[in-house]
Each structure stands twice: as structure tokens, then as C-alpha cells.
Design a protein around this ligand. Structure first.
Ligand code: S3P
Length: 444
């Protein structure tokens, strides 16, 4: 056989229709916080212990990148990671390009974070990541005096010719993006004077909160975040809560499948991430938070979701950045909600791990749902979900969303190319099965 006939085996899900979800359980750790815990722990002074770390491919790519820059990191072992911090100027030049796989957060944050180092470095990734736009972070870094080279149209690989010099800026962000905000602020750690970002709408503030946890004082004033460079980070312990973006799949599952009643334990409910709760509640969902507490500067709660029928809504645009990763599964909720749901102001969905507007609309249409993509959102009519084969375009959240859709389908849903689920939610299919979804994995 010639080599071009050999294709790598891929993973697909076969999900049988119907059922409901029940039980009390915990989903894996928050991806955004896991990335940041490795980054900040690595340049802190002293030993940082992380628990609840997400052992998914994305966060592991960040961990490997810092090992490649000479940081001694123990684990992960059951979510425990011990990082021997080297201080803000203690990293060594990586011997080869840093490959961060599928992880946009790793690439965009590292570009800024490493811009103040005294060595040139290259960041690359998988097919999905190397087709995503990087000028949104390259441009402010260039304004800070950093030489950044990209492939055509601002795509990765990205080479940063860092020479230890970064100028402070006050950056007015053209889009609501926590990755852009974090990139600029992390570069600002190495600049003289105050660096600030002003965002058009609030985005996740884990970088600002975690910096504070490491004893680095920044300021947040409305939509402006700022810090003064030249300080130091002091090692701390970090308890990463369960990821609300992973919990979201089960929140929607319970909201659409009659008879469901689940409790999701120890979920991060930071107000810059809780748009999924607000949107589902607006659709009529029965969601209660209990055991609310603050862990390491981040609010955490247990979330109970019981089935009640949903209704279609016009999604308020101010919720969009607060639920930016949850729209694939919210589109499934919309298909099960009485009436019409309209999403606008969400053009950022087109530059995620795939074009999430187009890919979700295509898949929903395959299953017989009337889903009309628009440049910045979607219009979805409630309707019967049929069976069929849907494509994920190697996007983890698309795979998990169509798995959840099967709870209300009339026939089997085959979800192709699910390997990337391991980037954010290792063990998803096992957990989904345990709590009531009839899912089988197949290697084809
Ligand atoms: C993230 C920010 C968001 C989000 C991504 C994680 C982060 O991206 O979609 O999954 O950890 O900062 P944008 O900054 O592009 O909105």
C-alpha cells in the first residue's frame, strides 16, 4: 500500500438517543486557570503547589513549554503539580520551537509573557492553531517595541525576537478578548512604568486575580486593568476549581432532558465566566447555586440543575464575552427551547478552534434543526433533533455539544473526529456515560 492511503485512526462517538442525566459529580479543572498557574508559578520566587490542575492536552502543552525553558515541574499527579519557580528572569532559551498543540491561550499569553526575556523563541501548534489569527496580540506587542514575526496573514508559527526590552503602553483593545488583555499585561511585567488595557466589554479576569494571589499588585478600574512592571511574584498555593466551560455541557444536558437532576461540585463561578448560568436562566432553566465560597481569590459553588422546559430568547449581547466558549452547547439548548433563539454580537466565535458558527449550524442542519448562521451569530428555531453524522472539525467543544444533543434526538448521532476532546476534558465520554448519556467510543 502506498503511504498516501494510510490515514491515522480517529476517534468517534456513537451516541444513542434519549435518556437523562443524574448524580453529583465534579468535572476537570479550569483550563484558563491551569495555564496561568504554570506560567505564573514558573516565574515566581519559591515553590508553588497547584491542586485541581487540568491534565488536558492544552494545559499540559504549557507545562511542557516551561520545562523546555528549564523550569523543574513535578507532576501532574492526580491534579497536583509542584513548580519550582525560577523568578521573572530565570527562564532559559528553549532549544527548539515551543509546540503548544491546539492551545490558543498558551500561544497568545506566552507571546506576551516571554516578550521580556533575553532570547528569541518560536511558538507553533497544530493545524487548527496555525490557522488562527495572532496579529491581535502581535500588534500591541509591536507597539511595545517587541519584534514579532508571523507567517502569512498573522498566522503561526510566530517568532519573537525578545531582547529584554519592553515599553509600557496603554492599550485600547479592539475586541473583547482575555487573551489579548493577558498578553499585554504579562508583557507589562517586564516594562518600566505602568501598562494598561481597556477592554470594550468585561472578559475573564483570571490573570489579574492570579497575579494578586502571587503578591503582584495590579489595579482594575471598570474596564481598565493596569500594573507597574519591575516587581516580583511570590510563590503561593493554587486550588483550581472545576471548569464552568466543561460543566456547561452537563448544565445544558440536564436542562434539555426530562427527568434530569444533577449537582456539579466545586465549579468556578467567577462573574466574568458565568454567562452560561445567566443565559440558561433567561431561557427558564432551574439552576441553584449552593456552598458558595471563595477559594484562592476565585468564587466557587456547587451548581444544581433540574430539568424544566426551556424557551427561546434573544441573547443579550452583554452576556456574549461571559459565555464565549459555551455557545456551541447553548445552540443545542436553543434547538430544544420553545420558539426562536437569536444570538448577535458573537463574531469572535468564527475564530475559535474552528468557525463555531458555521460548524454548529452545519451540524444542526444535518440533524434536521432549522439553524441559520449570520455573520455574528445564529438564529435557531426549536424543532425535532434527528439522527445523523456530524463533523467536529477537530474542535473539542463541538464534539461534546453534539453528544449532549443526542439526549433529545430521535435517532443515533455519530460524532466524527472527537480526539480533541482530550484538550480540555479528559475522561468526558466515561463521565458522560456514568451520568446517563448512552455514548460509545469507536476508533475508526
Ligand atoms: C481564554 C480566553 C478566551 C476563551 C479561551 C480561553 C483565556 O479567548 O475563548 O478558551 O484563558 O484567556 P479570547 O480571549 O480569544 O476570547
Amino acid at each position: 500500500m502506498s503511504s498516501e492511503n494510510i490515514t491515522a485512526p480517529t476517534l468517534r462517538y456513537l451516541v444513542q438517543p434519549g435518556g437523562c442525566v443524574s448524580g453529583s459529580f465534579r468535572v476537570p479543572g479550569d483550563k484558563s486557570m491551569s495555564h496561568r498557574s504554570i506560567m505564573l508559578g514558573s516565574v515566581a520566587e519559591g515553590v508553588t503547589e497547584v491542586s485541581g490542575f487540568l491534565e488536558g492536552e492544552d494545559a499540559l502543552a504549557t507545562l511542557q513549554a516551561f520545562r523546555d525553558m528549564g523550569v523543574q515541574i513535578e507532576g501532574p499527579d492526580n491534579g497536583k503539580v509542584i513548580i519550582h519557580g525560577v523568578g521573572l528572569n530565570g527562564l532559559s532559551a528553549p532549544k527548539k520551537p515551543l509546540n503548544v498543540g491546539n492551545a490558543g491561550t498558551a500561544m497568545r499569553l506566552l507571546m506576551g509573557f516571554l516578550a521580556g526575556q533575553n532570547f528569541e523563541f518560536t511558538l507553533t501548534g497544530d493545524a487548527s492553531l496555525t490557522s488562527r489569527p495572532m496579529n491581535r496580540v502581535a500588534n500591541p506587542l509591536r507597539e511595545m517595541g517587541v519584534v514579532v514575526e508571523t507567517a502569512a496573514e498573522g498566522r503561526p508559527p510566530v517568532t519573537v525576537k525578545a531582547n529584554g526590552k519592553v515599553n509600557a503602553i496603554h492599550y485600547v483593545m479592539p475586541m473583547a478578548s482575555a487573551q489579548v488583555k493577558s498578553c499585554v499585561l504579562l508583557a507589562g511585567l517586564y516594562a518600566e512604568g505602568e501598562t494598561s488595557t481597556t477592554e470594550p466589554a468585561p472578559t475573564r479576569d483570571h490573570t489579574e486575580r492570579m497575579l494578586r494571589g502571587f503578591g503582584y499588585d495590579g489595579k482594575t478600574d471598570g474596564n481598565k486593568a493596569s500594573l507597574v512592571g519591575g516587581g516580583k511574584l511570590t510563590a503561593t498555593n493554587i486550588d483550581v476549581p472545576a471548569d464552568i466551560s466543561s460543566a456547561a455541557f452537563f448544565m445544558v444536558a440536564a436542562s434539555i432532558a426530562p427527568g434530569s437532576d444533577i449537582t456539579l461540585q466545586h465549579v468556578g463561578v467567577n462573574p466574568t465566566r458565568d454567562g452560561i448560568i445567566s443565559i440558561l436562566r433567561l431561557m427558564g432553566a432551574d439552576i441553584t447555586l449552593s456552598n458558595q465560597r471563595e477559594v484562592g481569590g476565585e468564587p466557587v459553588a456547587d451548581i444544581r440543575v433540574r430539568y424544566v422546559g426551556l424557551k427561546g430568547i434573544n441573547v443579550p449581547e452583554e452576556y456574549v464575552p461571559l459565555a464565549i466558549d459555551e455557545f456551541p452547547v447553548l445552540f443545542v439548548a436553543a434547538a430544544c427551547a420553545e420558539g426562536t433563539t437569536v444570538l448577535t454580537g458573537a463574531e469572535e466565535l468564527r475564530v475559535k478552534e474552528c468557525d463555531r458558527i458555521q460548524v454548529m449550524a452545519d451540524g444542526l442542519k444535518t440533524l434536521g434543526v432549522n439553524a441559520i448562521p449570520t455573520p455574528d451569530g445564529m438564529i435557531i428555531e426549536s424543532g425535532e433533533i434527528g439522527g445523523g453524522q456530524v463533523e467536529t472539525h477537530d474542535d473539542h467543544r463541538i464534539a461534546m455539544s453534539f453528544t449532549v444533543a443526542a439526549l433529545r434526538a430521535t435517532d443515533t448521532i455519530v460524532v466524527n473526529n472527537c480526539g480533541h476532546v482530550a484538550t480540555s476534558f479528559p475522561g468526558f465520554s466515561v463521565l458522560a456515560k456514568q451520568v446517563g448519556i448512552s455514548i460509545e467510543e469507536q476508533v475508526v
